[in-house]
Design a protein around this ligand. Structure first.
Ligand SMILES: NC(=O)c1ccc[n+]([C@@H]2O[C@H](COP(=O)([O-])OP(=O)(O)OC[C@H]3O[C@@H](n4cnc5c(N)ncnc54)[C@H](O)[C@@H]3O)[C@@H](O)[C@H]2O)c1
Length: 277
């Protein structure tokens, strides 16, 4: 999609971090922007921070884990701006620790938001984009954690591996229709991801806060520190706009993680060699 001006973007997780940076970048590129988020107060503050774009930026409360909520948010967007062209399935939460000490409720929460939330965005908007025929682009936020599993945040990495795979498949399916797909795989970005528990709905039970002295607590503290020293979200957003423009599938923002991906692929290829006749 080469022309942004006058088109519409719908961004989930738009009240904070990468989603808010994407919303700002789209507005600066002359697009109409609907920010969708579960956190109502943060959403209001996000829209206020973009007030210089006037009515071109609006917000809607939405829980991406609930397909009905995503459908409703889409209706609000169509009513406000007409056709939607860019859909960023970006809302995400981090949770978990080692695989055997994570509650099932925590697994469900992370998978419902990070994986099912992306699926709900696709199933809601894809028929609409196909039908209006004005072109479109779907951006799914995965992570570098979707490429390798070193962090030990099992539900998070599992959800992100799934989003990478889903995006690759979707890209092949939509190419003949001229609809682009991009999957974001950043490493640490300076956002509020380490405070994800603030948005955990009561139906998934209380947020597990590990004892700081435990291995899980130490890991959580290390990841929070790495996130705070990470990339500015605006850099991820700028790279994403280029990827939409150039119809690129993968967006990587941290070159130093290349070795870790190479290591994984080398291990996979070595194992495949053993299967060769
Ligand atoms: N920060 C990083 O280091 C990093 C690295 C790689 C990928 N990511 C991914 O980037 C995406 C954005 O996260 P961020 O880092 O900007 O964190 P963030 O916490 O700053 O923003 C996430 C937003 O998602 C919203 N959200 C959470 N649950 C929701 C739900 N059920 N429905 C709708 N909105 C919901 C939150 O309210 C918040 O506004 C996530 O998918 C995350 O996994 C982040």
């Amino acid at each position: 999609m080469r022309e942004f001006t006058g088109k519409t973007a719908f961004v989930t997780g738009g009240a904070s971090g990468i989603g808010l940076a994407l919303g700002r970048a789209f507005a600066e590129a002359g697009m109409k922007v609907m920010l969708a988020d579960i956190e109502t107060d943060a959403l209001a503050a996000a829209i206020e921070s973009l007030r210089n774009f006037g009515p071109a930026v609006r917000g809607v409360t939405c829980d991406v884990a609930d397909p009905v909520s995503v459908e409703r948010a889409a209706e609000v967007s169509y009513e406000a701006f007409g056709n939607v062209h860019v859909v960023c399935n970006n809302a995400g939460v981090a949770g978990g620790s080692g695989i055997d000490n994570i509650s099932l409720e925590s697994w469900r929460w992370v998978l419902d938001v990070n994986l099912m939330g992306v699926l709900h965005g696709i199933t809601t908007f894809l028929p609409h984009i196909r039908a209006h025929g004005e072109g479109g682009h779907i951006v799914n936020t995965a992570s570098w954690a979707g490429m390798q599993s070193r962090l030990g945040f099992s539900p998070y990495a599992a959800s992100k591996f799934a989003v990478v795979n889903m995006s690759e498949g979707l890209s092949m399916e939509l190419k003949p229709l001229g609809i682009g797909v991009t999957v974001l795989c950043p490493s640490f970005v300076r956002t509020r991801i380490s405070e994800s528990g603030r948005n955990r709905p009561a139906r998934y039970g209380p947020t597990q806060i590990p004892d700081r002295a435990s291995p899980a607590g130490a890991l959580a503290a290390r990841l929070a520190a790495l996130s705070q020293s990470g990339l500015d979200p605006s850099q991820v957003a700028a790279r994403t706009l280029t990827a939409i423009c150039e119809d690129e599938l993968y967006v990587f923002t941290h070159p130093h993680v290349r070795g870790e991906v190479e290591e994984r692929f080398a291990a996979i290829l070595a194992a495949m060699d053993k299967a060769a006749p």
